[in-house]
Design a protein around this ligand. Structure first.
Ligand SMILES: CC(C)(COP(=O)(O)OP(=O)(O)OC[C@H]1O[C@@H](n2cnc3c(N)ncnc32)[C@H](O)[C@@H]1OP(=O)(O)O)[C@@H](O)C(=O)NCCC(=O)NCCS
Length: 184
């Protein structure tokens, strides 16, 4: 199990950093795109059904990056020894009645790095960013049938409902959308 450590301290293990990024340069965009494409093609549940090409994902990523630039979403990236290893997004509400919470989207760790505790590190960093932003609660949804509820339960998320048939993975393969929340 890998644990986040202050990057300034010398350590035998890898250096892990989870940071909010406001300005995305072309190199980071390229790595986000490659990660999202690879995660989807490895079977990840992050908005697409495999197989996808970078050309499929690019317009959706660019729309996301525009919302980041507008301040409507916050991009949180996980780097291992300076290299992008995963990322997630905090989608903020425009409603004055809902400014105390946000929705977490696109949680992903690159397939080559999954199962090493990095998802936990990424999401803990997302929680730190959310707290620093003054948020009190986070919401997210998962597709049923992927076992993902167990990952989020380990980070304090609790289920509060399911929308039947919300996700059409393929014709005749509708999945429930499971709604989870955590108090920060
Ligand atoms: C889900 C994901 C972010 C988890 O990251 P990860 O680095 O593989 O997870 P970790 O190694 O930090 O696992 C932490 C714990 O969650 C559990 N876990 C991780 N992924 C799981 C899954 N898909 N199903 C059930 N449990 C899971 C691990 O077994 C571990 O449990 P433990 O602490 O009891 O050992 C990553 O697997 C991923 O990117 N998946 C594809 C994209 C995706 O589906 N994202 C979810 C969108 S809702």
């Amino acid at each position: 199990m890998i644990e986040a450590m202050p990057s300034a301290e010398p350590t035998a293990g890898p250096t892990l950093e989870v940071t909010a990024v406001d300005a995305v340069d072309p190199e980071l965009r390229r790595r986000l795109l490659a990660c999202w494409t690879d995660v989807t093609n490895a079977g990840g549940a992050v908005g697409f059904v495999p197989p996808v090409t970078p050309d499929d994902v690019a317009p959706v990523l660019d729309a996301l990056l525009e919302r980041v630039q507008q301040g409507r979403e916050r991009l949180v990236v996980l780097r291992v020894d300076g290299e992008l290893a995963g990322w997630a997004v905090l989608s903020l509400s425009l409603s004055p009645l809902r400014r105390h919470w946000a929705t977490v989207l696109r949680v992903q760790v690159h397939p080559l790095r999954q199962g090493q505790g990095l998802g936990r590190v990424l999401l803990s960093g997302v929680h730190d960013v959310a707290r620093a932003q003054g948020l009190e609660m986070l919401h997210l949804t998962v597709r049923s049938g992927y076992g993902l509820e167990r990952f989020y339960a380990g980070l304090g998320y609790r289920e509060f409902g399911r929308m039947p048939g919300a996700i059409r993975v393929a014709p005749g393969d509708d999945r429930e959308e499971v709604h989870l929340f955590v108090r920060l």
